[in-house]
Design a protein around this ligand. Structure first.
Ligand code: NAD
Ligand code: FE2
Length: 381
């Protein structure tokens, strides 16, 4: 028997921020980063609350380290927080989730007692609906995915207006993080009919709308593209929250932490090589393709790419994914990301060792050894 449920209420579309008016007469801690305060977004969001006392904690940085979380915990206690609003990209939402959990564990109450509303301003991580939070330890060059239903936000508010200001490179990085979530969840060992439906829709939306979201602007078409990307990221988040991810994220966590790459940029570097590994087209016996190859071929068909056979469909899907990454200006190698090739080569064994034990790797459709991760990484140097 299997089951699934969605515990986060999702409010979406233009005007979704109005939902915040339902929070009244509370002491609200807004967990965010400094861009959201300097751009006026944090104040704009706070103005939607009804008669609330608001404290803005804006010390979140990309790939939030544990010391930011500790400062946030202190702030939460000192302010007497009754409600948390997480505003920003995955880094702000993950920080808020970790702050709430640690704060409540330290006073012995249930971690989900303080309601948390997540308001994503990027369309990527899906953190607004997942039970994960990724916290970094910069000294060890490591990322730690925390997990558990106590991390889930009570509500998510997806308002496309808030994502209009995302610059092109971050739009590409975050959009391709969402694509990686959908593609990994689609073939993971935890995949099923329900999550497959979410993944297929997310992949369709990302192929259709990421290029125009990347071009930016505030025309009705641009707003529509942002809205669709925001829905796609949440759909992919819902899917991987249930189905799990795979070795693409396992390697991306190690590579991203080691070379300080934005999470989505690290993910997209690995998409085509990991899909090729999972499809395993070099090892087809008696016409029996891997489940991943069959599912990539099905995705190709859904997207209208040529898929006359499983081999053709899977190969085309891998090629089109790679093409989309380059269309939105992403680097194809670590060197193009500014990483010194010699340094990258020396790090490969250590990165491979970390990737195989990353919790996300456990649901990869094809078991993978450290030596096989080394082979994938060699292609990226
Ligand atoms: N919890 C999960 O399920 C999950 C899943 C995947 C990734 N992650 C984690 O999420 C983090 C990455 O999150 P992210 O990719 O959303 O990026 P981010 O939150 O680190 O933000 C990246 C940059 O974009 C800026 N930004 C955000 N919104 C903006 C806007 N509307 N306009 C202009 N600039 C804006 C931020 O200020 C920041 O400088 C990583 O730590 C990653 O490991 C978490
Ligand atoms: Fe991710």
């Amino acid at each position: 028997m299997q089951s699934w449920s969605v515990k986060t209420d999702v409010y979406y579309g233009q005007g979704a921020l109005d939902r915040l008016a339902s929070i009244s007469n509370k002491r609200v801690l807004v967990v965010t980063d400094s861009f959201m305060t300097t751009s006026g977004t944090a104040d704009k969001v706070a103005s939607h609350l009804t008669n609330c006392e608001v404290k803005i904690f804006d010390k979140v940085v990309p790939d939030p380290p544990i010391n930011v979380v500790s400062e946030g915990v202190k702030c939460l206690h000192e302010f007497g927080t009754e409600f948390i609003v997480a505003l920003g990209g995955g880094s702000s939402i993950d920080s808020a989730k970790a702050i709430r959990t640690i704060a409540q564990e330290s006073v012995g109450s249930k971690a989900s007692d303080i309601p948390l509303v997540a308001i994503p301003t990027t369309s990527g991580t899906g953190s607004e609906v997942t039970n994960y939070a990724v916290i970094s330890n910069p000294e060890k060059g490591a990322k730690y995915p925390l997990s558990g239903d106590h991390l889930l936000a009570s509500e998510a508010i997806l308002d496309p207006e808030l994502t209009l200001s995302v610059p092109p490179a971050i739009t590409a990085d975050t959009g391709l993080d969402a694509l990686t979530h959908a593609i990994e969840a689609y073939v993971s060992t935890g995949a099923g009919d329900f999550t497959d439906a979410w993944c297929e829709k997310a992949v369709q939306l990302i192929f259709e709308y990421l290029p125009s979201a990347f071009r930016g602007g505030d025309t009705p078409e641009a707003v529509k593209a942002r809205e669709k990307m925001s829905n796609a990221a949440t759909l992919a988040g819902l899917a991987f929250n249930i189905a799990g991810l795979g070795v693409n994220h396992g390697i991306a966590h190690a590579v991203g932490a080691r070379f300080h790459l934005p999470h989505g940029r690290a993910c997209q570097l690995l998409l085509a090589p990991v899909m090729a590994f999972n499809a395993d087209l070099g090892n087809v016996r008696n016409g029996e393709y891997s489940v991943a190859a069959q599912k990539y071929a099905h995705l190709a068909k859904v997207l209208g790419f040529s898929s006359a056979s499983i081999r053709i469909g899977a190969s085309n899907m891998i090629r089109e994914v790679d093409r989309l990454c380059r269309t939105v200006g992403e680097p194809a190698t670590l060197r193009q990301c500014g990483v010194d090739s010699a340094e990258a080569r020396v790090s490969i064994p250590e990165l491979a060792a970390k990737a195989v034990v990353d919790p996300t790797t456990s649901t990869n459709p094809r078991p993978i050894s450290e030596e096989q991760v080394v082979e994938i990484l060699k292609k990226l140097v």
